[in-house]
Design a protein around this ligand. Structure first.
Ligand SMILES: N[C@@H](CCC(=O)N[C@@H](CS)C(=O)NCC(=O)O)C(=O)O
Length: 228
């Protein structure tokens, strides 16, 4: 049994989607990041950076519980455990890993800061908006060009890279980032194809009612953006 420490955000959705796609048995352990549960010592023992998602595989290697934090590491762990979405071909594995790391190192951080400066900063800081939303647009340009040449980010097959990237390009999130999707027709085609997958719909729906995009109240703001 896999325990999924989760809240319905783009990084959480990646793992909810992957578990659904892979058909692994799991149970959801909600971590309310708006009320500060990510800072509890018990959770930090699993996820030292105090962020969701994290998993504990009660049947880990050697039959012992194994905890994993960082969404990219979780996706790689699950793909190898299932096994699923982890092709035998080392070249294809390498390409998938590259686009997965591209998401974790670029799409997540830049889109996240774009959303922060557009939607959450307590004061309007134009430099922050320009810097991060500008980087976001550059990443959309790159993804649009890649997806103009192939079906999915890592090639002809749907992969871990798409599971990681799609939640950051879902309609409600790209609206937060001020993305005019009509300007990126290949990303739009790709996102629509992924949205139609039943496992993606189940993953995106997980605890969907508890999280609203918008300005957090002061307590949530402190939980999310406060000093240590
Ligand atoms: N690099 C991490 C990022 C995880 C992350 O930023 N999670 C956010 C939700 S999307 C979180 O837990 N935020 C709580 C906080 O910042 O206190 C990953 O990919 O897992």
């Amino acid at each position: 049994m896999i325990e999924l420490y989760y809240w319905p955000t783009p990084n959480g959705h990646k793992i909810a989607i992957a578990l659904e796609e892979m058909g692994l048995t799991y149970t959801v352990r909600p971590v309310n990041i708006l009320s500060g549960e990510q800072h509890y010592a018990a959770f930090r023992a699993i996820s030292p950076n105090a962020r969701i998602p994290a998993i504990v595989d009660q049947d880990g290697p050697g039959g012992r519980p194994h905890a994993v934090f960082e969404s990219g590491a979780i996706l790689l762990y699950l793909a190898q455990k299932a096994p699923a979405f982890w092709p035998d071909d080392p070249v294809q594995r390498s390409i998938i890993t590259q686009w997965l790391f591209f998401q974790c190192a670029n799409v997540g951080p830049m889109f996240g800061q774009c959303g922060h400066f557009r939607g959450y900063a307590p004061e309007h800081i134009q430099y922050g908006v320009d810097r991060y939303c500008g980087e976001t647009m550059k990443l959309y340009v790159l993804m649009d060009s890649v997806l103009g040449e192939r079906e999915y980010l890592a090639g002809a097959e749907y992969s871990l890279a798409d599971m990681a990237t799609y939640p950051w390009c879902a309609p409600v999130i790209r609206a937060l980032h001020g993305v005019d999707i009509a300007a990126f027709p290949h990303v739009e085609r790709w996102a629509s194809t992924i949205e139609a997958r039943p496992a993606v719909q189940r993953g995106m729906a997980m605890l969907a009612d508890v999280m609203k995009i918008g300005n957090p109240d002061p307590a949530a703001r402190e939980a999310l953006f406060g000093t240590p």
